[in-house]
Design a protein. Structure first.
Ligand SMILES: *Cc1c(COP(=O)(O)O)cnc(C)c1O
Length: 387
């Protein structure tokens, strides 16, 4: 029996029907500009205020600390460049990690061209970093630490609360890219103690093209877009009312579904145990400090791209490396960072499950994957049939 199995939830997710419902009025009769003073406009302004309050409540923030952006990448760019600019007189040193999303890494490269100095903390073979390593990298001119909460490729979860404590002991601003964490694990800004946090709608069943930057009251950050005074004068531009409302609904639903992650983890573990029975296979990243739905495996002697194509022919969507880098043949910087040689990084597969997946999906992947791996190995000049 052939099926369609979507197992790439770390790349994007479907828009939930309830989310779409919440959005529809703002594409239709409720089209007022939130800045207009008549009631049609006020209806939009009220909808945004309501969404902002609901999102703040989920994150444990104040509504005035929630800023809407066009995506997670924009929130990442703003957090880093905004703090770098606001604190430049104090110092020009920033600390991040080698395995951040490109929205963070490439922002750092841009700042290096502008005279900032960036330290990239390395991760161990499990994809983890210790707070002592952050402590050791801090200098008198360090102004910002940017460290992801959960990695998008190998799913490792970093000890952000402890990291933020280290940064704050030195009066350094702390930003976390929580795009993969929000909706997968509980995220509360005060428990974490972070100053800035980014999230993205399309990773949690809201549409593509909406994000949030949380900015703790008192955090110094330059404005992003000069314009009509929206987002408390920090990010001008008429608000994306529909998407903002959709995001609030999606976030509430994601948090309500967090208990289902126990089942997602059980499915992921079954998948991992069965896949490991295939010879010359390894799991990348820590199994202990890891998002419930993430599995990243390397199959020696094969190419991830060929594997994806054959899986696609069976109706299975997964990914190799990160979705953003599938257009290039560069091995994933995340897999290289945990010490994988390039050839093993090439033969990697990321399966990311969510509460939408079923045991039947897992059965289907386990039925189709092993013969595909065997077939590709038979065609590989590197594989001599050993097992
Ligand atoms: C997807 C992702 C982003 C980028 O979010 P977009 O909304 O797609 O721009 C940033 N960081 C991480 C960790 C991600 O997984």
């Amino acid at each position: 029996m052939s099926r369609f199995v979507y197992a790439d939830h770390a790349a994007t997710t479907s828009v939930a029907p309830e989310v779409l419902n919440e959005m529809l009025p703002y594409f239709g009769p409720a089209y007022g500009n939130p800045s207009s003073l008549y009631s049609l406009g006020r209806q939009s302004a009220d909808a945004i205020a309501n969404a902002r309050a609901r999102i703040a409540a989920v994150l444990g923030a104040k509504p005035t600390e929630i800023f809407f952006t066009s995506c997670g990448s924009e929130a990442d760019n703003w957090a880093i460049k905004g703090v770098a600019k606001a604190k430049a007189a104090q110092g020009k040193h920033i600390i991040t990690t080698v395995f951040e999303h490109h929205a963070v890494l490439h922002t750092m490269h841009a700042l290096e061209k502008d005279g900032y100095e960036v330290t990239y903390l390395s991760v161990d073979s499990e994809g983890l970093i210790k707070p002592e390593e952050l402590e050791a990298a801090i200098r008198p001119d360090t102004i910002l630490v940017a460290m992801m909460y959960a990695n998008n490729e190998i799913g490792t979860i970093l000890p952000i609360k402890e990291m933020a404590e280290v940064a704050h002991a030195h009066k350094i601003t702390f930003f976390t890219d929580a795009v993969q964490a929000v909706g997968n694990i509980p995220v509360h800004v005060n428990e974490l103690g972070v100053d800035l946090l980014s999230l993205s709608g399309h990773k949690l069943h809201a549409p593509k093209g909406i994000g949030v930057l949380y900015v703790r009251t008192g955090t110094r950050i330059a404005n992003l877009i000069d314009g009509g005074g929206q987002e408390r004068h920090r990010r001008g531009g008429t608000e994306n009312v529909a998407y903002i409302c959709g995001l609030a609904k999606a976030l509430e639903m994601a948090v309500a579904k967090l208990p289902e992650m126990t089942h997602v983890k059980a499915m992921r573990d079954r998948l991992a145990n069965e896949i490991l029975k295939i010879p010359h296979t390894r799991i990348n990243g820590s199994m202990e400090h890891r998002l419930a739905g993430n599995l990243n495996v390397s199959f020696e002697f094969i190419e991830g791209e060929s594997l994806l194509l054959l899986l696609d022919m069976q109706g299975i969507c997964a990914s190799t490396g990160s979705a953003c880098s599938t257009a290039s043949l560069e091995p994933s910087h995340v897999l290289l960072s945990i010490g994988l040689p390039a050839e093993k990084a090439h033969g990697s597969l990321r399966i990311s499950l969510s509460h939408e997946n079923t045991e039947e999906d897992v059965d289907y992947i386990l039925e189709k994957l092993p013969p595909i791996v065997a077939r590709l190995r038979e065609m590989s000049p590197l594989y001599d049939g050993q097992s």
